[in-house]
Ligand binder design. Structure first.
Ligand SMILES: [Zn+2]
Ligand SMILES: [Zn+2]
Length: 285
């Protein structure tokens, strides 16, 4: 049977990751785990582990919100209160996700793997300290939001909306699984928005891969349909979160940012649900 180590052998680098010969040596269990994966599976194996972790966590996040909907948990936190996805809605979404993850996201990741190394990003110890990791993730959040805003506005021009972005707007009341539900061309473009800030700051690979996982989970949250105060970024200023993006799905021509509201507010494209706005879900395609 084909093993992970056989696949990664194709992408073996010249770097020796034998833990005994590493200098500096791993100094905590995270560094030891990182070094052990590199020693066992190489750099490409590490990439595959992150890729599948991202896919599994995405599925798990989507599944948790699926349970919220199925059992009508937290109805007071539901943004579009009468709209619950049907089984056909979920099936259509998952069919699209399987295609996008296998035929678009995975090949994009494989291409970006040697490209990121070419840019000078590295796997070496020591791993970045916590403050540096958090700073780089914060810069990625801000940077991705900026690129996403402009690409998203572009996708709302008539031709691109009709031929590409309309697919993502199939659901006027999104649910967790719909975060990456999109036309494959859109996945490529918005994948660039995710990649671009890392391209500029060139973080350590542990930050780079973690950023992709965080970005996907944040997208699941902002499409979840539930506005829950405990979401991890809610404390950040100008974080619009789920209600902000949910309203984009409902009204179409506002709230183009991924998660932050400041660009929409500054550029006059910000809208929020007024207290009198009905929360029933019309399909307004
Ligand atoms: Zn969306
Ligand atoms: Zn849109």
């Amino acid at each position: 049977m084909l093993k992970l180590a056989d696949i990664t052998a194709f992408f073996k680098s010249d770097v020796n990751y034998d833990i005994k010969s590493l200098d500096p040596q791993p100094s905590n269990f995270i560094e030891y785990g990182w070094a052990w994966i590199l020693q066992s599976y190489g750099e490409f194996g590490l990439f595959l582990i992150f890729y599948f972790s991202m896919a599994v966590l995405y599925a798990l996040g989507g599944f948790i919100f699926y349970l919220f909907d199925k059992f009508k948990l937290f109805p007071k936190k539901k943004i579009q209160i009468t709209k619950y996805p049907s089984s056909q809605d979920i099936k259509r979404c998952i069919d699209n996700l399987v295609v996008n993850y296998l035929l678009v996201v995975l090949p994009l990741g494989v291409v970006s793997f040697p490209f990121s190394k070419f840019l000078g990003m590295n796997y070496s110890l020591p791993l970045p300290p916590a403050w540096r990791f958090c700073l780089d993730i914060f810069l990625c959040l801000i940077g991705e939001d900026f690129f996403h805003y402009w690409m998203h506005r572009f996708f709302h021009t008539p031709w691109f909306y009709k031929n590409i972005h309309k697919e993502h707007h199939y659901y006027s009341a999104p649910f967790g699984f719909t975060a990456s539900y999109a036309h494959p061309v859109e996945v490529v473009f918005l994948g660039f928005a995710t990649f671009a800030p890392a391209l500029i700051i060139r973080p350590h690979f542990i930050t780079f891969y973690s950023w992709f996982v965080i970005r996907q989970l944040d997208a699941v949250l902002t499409h979840s349909g539930y506005d829950i105060d405990l979401f991890p970024f809610n404390f950040m200023p100008y974080y619009g979160g789920t209600s902000f993006h949910d309203y984009h799905h409902k009204e179409f021509t506002c709230n183009y940012g991924s998660r932050f509201t400041y660009l929409d507010k500054f550029l006059g494209t910000y809208k929020e649900k007024s207290k009198s706005t009905p929360t029933t879900n019309k399909k307004t395609k």
